[in-house]
Design a protein around this ligand. Structure first.
Ligand SMILES: Nc1nc2c(ncn2[C@@H]2O[C@H](COP(=O)(O)OP(=O)(O)O)[C@@H](O)[C@H]2O)c(=O)[nH]1
Ligand SMILES: Nc1ncnc2c1ncn2[C@@H]1O[C@H](COP(=O)(O)OP(=O)(O)O)[C@@H](O)[C@H]1O
Length: 212
């Protein structure tokens, strides 16, 4: 968990390099549906572009359907749940072992998001200052073009941060009261990451450790 731009995708990519967990990003799942240009995709696009969360029932259905397809694998959710209702739906189906919360100041986030470049098919993210692609404008792995997301404009970022405060912050309390919330604070992923890695090394059974 963490506000938009707090580094959830960046940290998730590092986690799946070091630990055997399947990564599921709610934003990537939604953008995949938007690309498919279905009726549902159009509804999702209008919510995302306005900086609003998509309806709980739609989001939960998409995530739970993907989780059912994971069989016995262990997984890492990135961007879900974002409301208490989503957290309750997840709880009804699965038990969550641990929740990692990236606590990054909003001021830091605003600068990052307007310089985020994304490879939409894979969800890989770059940043002109922090982790630029090897060739400007192109994904390191596939060489395909990078784009700036329509919802990474300053106005939409402000709306997304507001909706984070209203709808998502209560989820932190939900998990805190269950005793599974672990918060990591800072302004730089490279400083936060060693603490997350050390925590997971302690927390995860050995079967999850080692390169995925
Ligand atoms: N300047 C800077 N940018 C970062 C840092 N960590 C991540 N980023 C960039 O910030 C943007 C948001 O990170 P991302 O992982 O996509 O955050 P998410 O929205 O929480 O999934 C991306 O462009 C990242 O490359 C950091 O420590 N410093
Ligand atoms: N769990 C969720 N519930 C509702 N909407 C979501 C959820 N996850 C993502 N979205 C929608 O997709 C947008 C982009 O999400 P995401 O890619 O996770 O952005 P970020 O990583 O910058 O927070 C959100 O602003 C929201 O509109």
């Amino acid at each position: 968990m963490g506000p938009p731009g707090s580094g959830k995708g960046t940290v998730s990519a590092r986690i799946t390099k070091s630990f055997v967990l399947k990564h599921l990003s709610s934003g990537d799942i939604l953008r995949c549906n938007v690309n498919a240009q279905t009726e549902l995709g159009l509804l999702l696009k209008s919510c995302i572009d306005q900086g609003q969360l998509v309806p709980d029932d739609v989001m939960s259905r998409l995530i739970l359907s993907d989780l059912r397809g994971m069989g016995q694998s262990s997984w890492l959710l990135d961007g879900f749940p974002r409301t208490v209702s989503q957290a309750e739906t997840l709880d009804d189906a699965y038990s969550v072992d641990t929740v990692i919360n990236l606590n990054v100041p909003f001021q830091t986030i605003k600068q990052r998001l307007t310089s985020r470049w994304t490879h939409l098919p894979s969800g890989r993210v770059y940043n002109i200052d922090f982790n630029p692609p090897k060739v400007p404008g192109l994904d390191d792995v596939t060489g395909e073009p990078l784009v700036q997301r329509d919802d990474d404009t300053p106005e939409t970022v402000t709306r997304r941060l507001k909706s984070y405060e209203t709808l998502t912050e209560p989820v932190l309390e939900y998990y805190r009261s269950k005793g599974v919330l672990e918060t990591f604070s800072g302004t730089e992923t490279n400083k936060i990451w060693p603490h997350v890695e050390e925590f997971l090394n302690r927390k995860l059974p050995s079967v999850h450790r080692g390169a995925a």
